[in-house]
Design a binder for this molecule. Structure first.
Ligand SMILES: N[C@@H](CCC(=O)N[C@@H](CS)C(=O)NCC(=O)O)C(=O)O
Length: 221
């Protein structure tokens, strides 16, 4: 098996790539990284010095690919399966990339800001930064609610890279800044949770929930 994924099942950007792999039934060797363990972190840093995951290693082509969107793009080009997650049409692909960017840049990192503030030592919290992060997520929800199609997926009838990004981002964002007052996002999120690839990702991450500092909503089975 040429593909190795360096990842953690609870990390949202890793979940994004897992969804893509599961959508296409792509075989890979999972290499679980524990960033709290120096040896495990060093193993990741040896393939990608920034020590951020996910990272994909392709032994057959002798390449290392960091960055979730690039990994999904790479998989589609070199290990295609039944679901093309990035459309061939450049205009459609641009729309998919825009939605992917929305979730990656304007939702997920702000959730990280809110969550990691809980791990800061006493006297080093950043309440203003946390409030800003919450406001930016709320602002992005408003845009998503405005432009999301009433049914189907983020960019229409086909499940794409944008949905791989959306599912974990919304899963965690909803805990930090609930989106219940946005009916289209709520219905879309329910469709994402019913998608077998994402349902599997949620299941595999469940054992790690005890380390999460925010309260789990009752609706999160
Ligand atoms: N832009 C990157 C973001 C990767 C990222 O931030 N991953 C997080 C886990 S979800 C991480 O490595 N966090 C560990 C750290 O920042 O030390 C991508 O799309 O893959």
């Amino acid at each position: 098996m040429p593909l190795t994924l360096y990842y953690h099942p609870f990390a949202s950007f890793c979940q994004k790539v897992l969804i893509a792999l599961y959508e296409n039934g792509t075989p890979f060797e999972p290499r679980r990284i524990d960033l709290g363990d120096p040896a495990s972190r060093a193993e990741l840093a040896a393939v990608w010095p920034l020590a951020k995951f996910p990272v994909l290693r392709d032994a057959e082509r002798n390449v290392v690919i960091p960055e979730s969107s690039l990994i999904i793009d790479y998989l589609g080009r070199h290990y295609p399966g039944p679901h093309a997650l990035i459309p061939a049409d450049p205009e459609e692909a641009m729309r998919v990339h825009l939605w992917d960017r929305l979730f990656d840049n304007y939702v997920a990192p702000h959730v990280t800001k809110i969550v990691t503030d809980h791990f800061r030592p006493e006297g080093r919290h950043d309440p203003e930064g946390v409030e800003q992060a919450k406001a930016l997520i709320a602002q992005t929800y408003a845009l998503i609610e405005r432009d999301l199609p009433p049914g189907g997926w983020a960019c229409g009838d086909t499940f794409t890279l944008a949905d791989c990004a959306a599912a974990p981002a919304l899963f965690y964002a909803n805990i930090a800044v609930p989106f219940a007052q946005h009916p289209k996002i709520t219905a879309y999120y329910e469709r994402l949770c019913a998608r077998p690839s994402f349902a599997r990702v949620i299941d595999e991450a469940r054992p790690y929930r005890r380390n999460f500092p925010l309260a789990w909503p009752a609706s999160y089975a």
